[in-house]
Design a protein. Structure first.
Length: 197
């Protein structure tokens, strides 16, 4: 829970790690209509992180009290999420496109937790393959174009799957099962013995 709150707080701040600057606050205020409620310390439910950040421009003492609406925090399960790609690794070994997608999954599986709040899940490396990563790509473009791997895990894009396969070494059988997120019930059943879903 603390990791999730830390991630959300980090997400709400600009990349510099600070609140919006005076210049940013002076710009025209435009936010999407995506509903992803944030409960402010003032008791107001803000529709999404963008609206919350602009409210901080008007009230510098405002801070995040809870995720979700103030009258029922931490209970709201998002029905749809935006297309932003800020990967989050879940305890089920699945890379979620962003925190909103992770929270959707957590609503279905309450025991789910965040393993890595600012990056994709990494495939486990067999001990004898540890030195074989020099030729693997160091990073992939931050583009959410999910693919389902034969391991039942959703990768943010084919580059991330290729990187995981490379890190597993030459004996890896990892491949793209299909484009899109892993939602096939058979895939989840097949890996259920290895990952807690």
């Amino acid at each position: 829970m603390l990791v999730l709150l830390t991630f959300v707080l980090a997400f709400l701040m600009p990349s510099s790690g600070q609140r919006l600057t005076k210049e940013e606050c002076a710009r025209p205020r435009a936010c999407t209509r995506e509903l992803d409620y944030m409960c402010g310390s003032d008791g107001v439910s803000y529709g999404n992180p963008c609206l919350f950040r602009f409210a901080q421009c008007d009230n510098p003492k405002l801070f995040l009290r809870a995720i979700g609406p103030c009258e029922d925090p931490l209970v709201l399960c998002p029905l749809s999420c935006g297309y932003s790609y800020a990967p989050v690794c879940g305890s089920d070994g699945i890379t979620y496109a962003n925190d909103c997608e992770f929270r959707k999954a957590k609503c279905r599986t309450p025991s789910l937790s965040i393993v890595k709040a600012n990056g994709a899940c990494e495939a486990e490396t067999p001990p004898h393959e540890e030195d074989r990563h020099d030729d693997c790509p160091a990073a992939c473009i931050a583009l959410w174009d999910p693919v389902c791997g034969t391991d039942g895990k959703t990768y943010g894009n084919s580059c991330e799957l290729d990187m995981a396969k490379c890190k597993q070494g030459s004996t890896s059988t990892l491949a793209i099962l299909h484009k899109g997120e892993c939602t096939d019930k058979k895939v989840h059943e097949r890996i259920a013995g290895h990952d807690s879903l």
